[in-house]
Design a protein around this ligand. Structure first.
Ligand code: KG4
Ligand code: ZN
Length: 333
């Protein structure tokens, strides 16, 4: 039996600086330094601040990661880093840092696609997870229904034509002053709210399994504007719960249709929005009803982290070049 490889991974595509050590599919250390404090006064990620924060944090995180893992740099087999998609200035920090470190140690360097990282993250929970399976990838920049036919071979069944699911949470939260990032803020406010109290649309895109969240966000904003002038009032708890329910319903409706079409025996998911409790419940319920398996990453492995980048490197799902564009989003249907 071949020895399990020790992989050192870096993830800096947006506002989380993360350095992790994974041995095979076992997470040894997964350090994530969030920049929420740096960005929250602006209600969104400021690219320039994000890049500078990565520069400040990455060296100490690497040091701490090796220390906690009790791993000498020479014992690392592979060094991996996210090469896109994401904020260019943020990506450059982690990518160049990791590549230089690999070069200085004479170790192989694997560039990894961020969305492939999210796709593979559930293997860190269940190392036996094998394709074919259908995955719902929902992050701040992407919303995709992907059939994994085998590792490295994907079929895209639907994606957003405007805002991503995470963006729909973030933008409304910013409008309402609920907090940043919007997903966790809306989930928390809506926790005890009534999800049926506001009648919001579940937008469809004709003749496809694509999503359109921009219309939902606009409908919610119009609803609030109309409410402003009326004597009717609605609690923010009920409003947040209803908005969350509309996003989750919209995601689940298309995902369920594709599941029926493909008939795969396993469903999965990833990306920050997969940390959402209501969405996780609905994914589990769908699997139970369909009598199939559901393998979700833990909440911590759903949002951005470098362990998922190590997981993709472990399966040799390497991007070919930083200038190429074979992102999941561009794969031909
Ligand atoms: O994957 P991710 O951490 O970063 C990107 O690749 O974009 O996803 C971030 C997104 C944000 O839009 C954030 O609001 C959303 O994930 N998010 C959530 C929750 N936690 C994070 N959305 C809904 N419910 C949550 N609990
Ligand atoms: Zn992500």
């Amino acid at each position: 039996m071949s020895k399990e490889k020790i992989i050192l991974g870096f993830e800096t595509s947006c506002d989380e600086t993360s350095v992790s050590l994974v041995k095979g599919s076992e997470v040894l250390v997964n350090l994530i330094s969030s920049q929420v404090e740096e960005h929250k006064e602006f209600g969104g990620v400021v690219p320039e601040i994000a890049s500078r924060a990565h520069v400040e944090k990455i060296r100490n995180l690497l040091h701490e990661c090796l220390l906690q893992g009790k791993i000498q740099p020479e014992s690392v087999d592979i060094i991996a880093a996210t090469d896109g998609p994401g904020l260019a200035g943020s990506l450059i920090v982690g990518y160049n840092f990791a590549k230089s470190f690999a070069w200085s140690l004479n170790k192989p360097f694997y560039p990894i696609d961020h969305m492939v990282g999210h796709l593979v993250a559930p293997t860190l929970i269940n190392k036996d997870l094998q394709p074919p399976f259908l995955s719902l990838l929902v992050s701040g920049g992407h919303t995709q229904i992907v059939l994994v036919e085998k590792w490295g071979r994907y079929k895209l069944f639907g994606q957003t034509i405007d805002d991503a699911a995470g963006e729909a949470f973030d933008k409304l939260s910013r409008y309402c002053g609920f907090g940043f990032p919007g997903g966790p803020a809306i989930q928390m406010i809506g926790e005890n709210g009534n999800p049926d109290s506001v009648d919001l649309p579940r937008p469809t895109v004709k003749s496809s399994h694509d999503f359109s969240f921009s219309g939902l966000k606009t409908a919610a904003i119009y609803f609030l504007k109309e409410l402003d002038g009326s004597t009717n009032k609605i609690s923010k708890e009920d409003f947040a719960a209803s908005y969350q329910e509309a996003i989750v319903d919209t995601l689940m409706r298309n995902f369920t249709k594709v599941l029926k079409e493909t008939g795969v025996p396993i469903i999965s998911g990833g990306g920050g929005v997969m940390a959402n409790t209501r969405l996780r419940e609905k994914m589990e319920a769908l699997a139970e009803k369909s009598q199939i398996e559901c393998h979700l990453p833990s909440v911590q492995l759903s949002t951005d982290n470098a362990a998922m980048i190590c997981a993709a490197a472990n399966k040799e799902l390497i991007s070919t070049d930083i200038s190429r564009d074979i992102r999941l989003s561009s794969i031909i249907k």
